[in-house]
Each structure stands twice: as structure tokens, then as C-alpha cells.
Design a binder for this molecule. Structure first.
Ligand SMILES: Cc1ncc(COP(=O)(O)O)c(C=O)c1O
Length: 313
């Protein structure tokens, strides 16, 4: 928290923190994988770059930490928690003012947490998940900053996710304000038709780092990926549908709006992308070295123990 390692019980914010009241914060979701070279953070530079871009898009003034400091702090947080595989959550939020809704009357504070989070969609992920098209519309890009991971944006996601869970689905597809497929609540979406992979452009959707990874891996497999607007009917007539994001990773969709996708099982191209992705993140792929970042050689500057704190196990 703001440059100090503290146990979770002390990672607290005062009640009068504008970030908490108005969603004035930007964050990242990053994963660290257990590899033969030790815990390795996937596409750390890209996540840190997007975090800083989100802060700029939101309009934060100068931040107390630069990209190098944030990247080092991510590694330190993982090490301090003795985690090998985990999810990492950096958050820059407005504090010390800002209750009048102006970013300029508060100042940004930074926290980074890490926890073990294996399977975002639970047991359903392997067999493929069931999704619905949400009754909620994705943000119009001039209503919310759709290219930034802004805390307040996620009201839209949690409305859709809570609705879909209550209806008995695993996740929800969100349509944009013109009725075209945008993305899911926290994942980008791909469909496969006759051997070609299609994905919506990132106008109203987040430009996902996993999406970019999938597109690169599909290219390596000589699969054609086409970015184009998709009406919901294309989901129903697809041979395969899969979604991807840092938390969810790559997950097949076996049913949409009570219609089976293809033959109702995870399809072959989805499985091929999943296999490649798994190889990459476990450090066994030709692309692994470029995308995985292990902790710096030198000892990290502080551990919870060095501050007299018992780390969570
Ligand atoms: C709304 C939304 N779309 C897509 C994604 C996938 O992005 P990434 O692959 O960078 O995690 C996320 C997760 O960060 C998200 O929150």
C-alpha cells in the first residue's frame, strides 16, 4: 500500500475515500504462473502500460510511481505472499479529497494485492460454460472510458454478471449500444465459423491482453482471425465460441441463450488455442520468454517478515 508491504488486515482505506464512493480508480488484473524458472508474471509490461494508460484516460494527475516501480512492486507483492501462481490486482484510487467529484481535489494512491485464484469459472470451465446475452447494454464509448479499466465501469459488468448468475448461467455476452456483440463481463469473445475465427473490434470493449495473445497464437497456427462487427445471430450459428481474459484465461462456451454452440462441446480450434495458451503460460512455448517476467535477480527490497509481519500462507 503506497510503497509499503502490509498484511491484508492493514490494507484498508478511510471511509471518506472518493475512489470508494464514485469508482474513481483504475486497476489491472494480472496473472503469475508457476514455471520451471519460478513464479512468472504474464505480460507484465503490457499490463503496467495499460494501467498507466487507464490513469491517463481517466485524467489522473502525476502518479507517485512509474512503470518500473510498479513492475517491481508487483514482483515484490507476489514474493512477499510466497505465492507461485496467483492473481495480482494493482489499483490506483483517488483519496485525500475528491468528494466534490473532481479528480483534481484528491490525490492518487496505489495498492497491489495478490491471491491464489485458480479457476475463475469454477468447475464449468473445462467442459465449456453456459452464457446468456445480457439485458444490460455495454457502455457507449462516450459515456464511459471503454478502453480503460476504470473501477466505475464495472457496475455495468456486475449488473450483467449478477443477472446471469441468478438466471443460472456462467457468464454474459454484452451487446453494444447499436446491438452488436461487444464482449463479456470481464472477457473478450471469439467465435469460429468454417475454420475462420471472428472477434468484434474493440470499440466498446476492452482491448484485452489475452485477446491479443489469442490472436498471436492463432496466427502461429496459421488460423485466420477476422475483426468485424458481429450480430448476436452469429453466436447462435457459430461452430465454436470461446471467451478469454486474464482471470478466466481461455474458456469454451458450450451454450448461448439455451442453444448449444456447435455440437455442445468445446470445439477443436478452441482446444488448440487453449493448449497453446497453457504452453505459453507454463513457460514451455517459443513465445514464453518474451511474455513471462520472473522476479529480478537481486533480493526484493522488503518482505513482510522483514517488517516483522507474518505473511499469509
Ligand atoms: C471488461 C473486460 N473485457 C475484457 C477483459 C480481458 O482483458 P485481459 O485479457 O487484458 O485481462 C477484461 C479483463 O481485464 C475486462 O474487464
Amino acid at each position: 500500500m503506497d510503497g509499503r508491504l502490509v498484511p491484508e488486515s492493514q490494507a484498508v482505506v478511510p471511509f471518506l475515500t472518493a475512489g470508494l464512493h464514485y469508482g474513481m480508480g483504475v486497476f489491472e488484473g494480472i496473472r503469475c504462473y508457476d514455471t520451471a524458472l519460478g513464479p512468472a508474471v504474464f505480460r507484465l509490461d503490457d499490463h503496467v502500460e495499460r494501467l498507466l494508460a487507464s490513469a491517463r484516460i481517466l485524467g489522473f494527475g502525476p502518479l507517485p510511481y512509474d512503470a518500473t516501480a510498479l513492475s517491481e512492486a508487483v514482483h515484490e507483492t507476489v514474493a512477499a505472499n510466497h505465492l507461485r501462481a496467483c492473481y495480482i490486482r494493482p489499483l490506483i484510487y483517488l483519496a485525500d479529497g475528491g468528494m466534490n467529484l473532481s479528480l483534481d481535489t484528491g490525490r492518487p494512491r496505489v495498492g497491489i494485492a495478490a491471491w491464489a485464484w485458480h479457476d475463475y469459472h469454477g468447475g464449468s470451465a473445462t467442459a465449456g460454460i453456459r452464457v446468456n446475452v445480457s439485458s444490460y447494454t455495454r457502455h457507449h464509448p462516450n459515456a464511459m472510458p471503454t478502453h480503460a479499466k476504470v473501477a466505475g465501469n464495472y457496475v455495468n459488468s456486475f449488473l450483467a454478471k449478477t443477472e446471469c448468475s441468478r438466471l443460472g448461467f456462467d457468464d454474459a455476452v454484452m451487446l453494444d449500444t447499436e446491438g452488436f456483440v461487444s464482449e463479456c463481463t470481464g472477457e473478450n469473445l471469439f467465435l469460429v465459423r468454417r475454420g475462420t475465427i471472428f472477434t468484434p473490434p474493440v470499440d466498446s470493449a476492452l482491448s484485452g491482453i489475452t485477446r491479443d495473445t489469442v490472436m498471436a497464437l492463432a496466427g502461429d497456427l496459421s488460423l485466420r482471425v477476422v475483426e468485424e462487427r458481429l450480430v448476436r445471430d452469429r453466436l447462435y450459428s457459430a461452430d465454436e465460441v470461446f471467451i478469454c481474459g486474464t482471470a478466466a484465461e481461455v474458456v469454451g462456451v458450450r451454450e448461448i441463450d439455451m442453444r448449444p454452440v456447435g455440437d455442445g462441446a468445446v470445439g477443436p480450434l478452441t482446444a488448440a488455442i487453449q493448449r497453446e495458451f497453457r504452453e505459453v503460460v507454463s513457460g514451455r512455448h517459443a513465445r514464453s520468454a518474451g511474455w513471462l517476467s520472473t522476479a529480478p535477480e537481486r533480493p526484493v527490497s522488503g518482505t513482510l517478515e522483514s517488517q516483522g509481519v507474518q505473511a499469509p500462507r
